[in-house]
Design a binder for this molecule. Structure first.
Ligand SMILES: Cc1cc2nc3c(=O)[nH]c(=O)nc-3n(C[C@H](O)[C@H](O)[C@H](O)COP(=O)(O)O)c2cc1C
Length: 169
């Protein structure tokens, strides 16, 4: 594992703190031949699975981000700062199907060499991840309370496990 363990663990802790304090972090995806899209997510987990540092995210099929991530199995997570509450709300309530969220937020997409999804220049912490596994949560495997609370209209999440290949703080 070539990643600096202390760095990605520190970055993960910062992400959880942003989720707690600011409600979410940014998931950036970019489908084939498309412009990049930003969506606010509150459900993000990190740790070692399969001997690799992994971040998992849950995306409902109704999201524009779902099309992007299905077309191109990579994503970035960008951690906001406290001045980005408006952008967190915007990216969590408008779909990229109707607006260009890089334009609406005035965020700048930055591409690393050999990575097809940008990070957000203005965010203090970035992860770049390549998906190594995806799965779909299954209705029959839930307890009824969760179905009732989260899936009354279906739209069952897909879960994407991305290996962290780069972290910037
Ligand atoms: C705080 C917050 C957390 C959210 N977390 C998730 C999430 O983990 N997964 C998800 O599919 N949608 C989540 N959403 C909803 C999406 O951000 C929202 O539907 C967004 O408009 C989808 O954008 P898109 O259609 O451009 O992908 C969240 C929204 C907010 C405000």
């Amino acid at each position: 594992m070539s990643l600096d363990q202390n760095l990605w663990k520190k970055a993960l802790i910062e992400s959880y703190q942003a989720i707690e304090k600011l409600t979410g972090v940014f998931l950036v995806t970019q489908g084939k031949g498309r412009k990049p899209n930003i969506m606010t997510i509150g459900w993000m987990q990190g740790g070692i699975i399969w001997g690799r540092p992994i971040i998992s995210v849950l995306v409902r099929p109704s999201r524009f981000s779902f099309i992007h991530i299905e077309e191109n199995p990579s994503f970035t997570i960008c951690v906001p700062n406290e001045k980005m509450k408006r952008e967190i709300d915007l990216c969590g309530s408008f779909s990229g199907k109707t607006i260009d969220k890089f334009k609406s937020t005035d965020f700048t997409p930055i591409y690393s060499e050999n990575f097809s999804v940008p990070t957000i220049k203005e965010c203090p912490i970035h992860f770049e991840c390549n998906i190594v596994q995806k799965t779909k949560v299954v209705e029959a495997n839930f307890i009824p309370e969760i179905i009732h609370e989260y899936y009354s209209s279906g739209d069952f999440h897909s879960v994407y496990y991305g290996e962290i290949i780069k972290v910037k703080i």
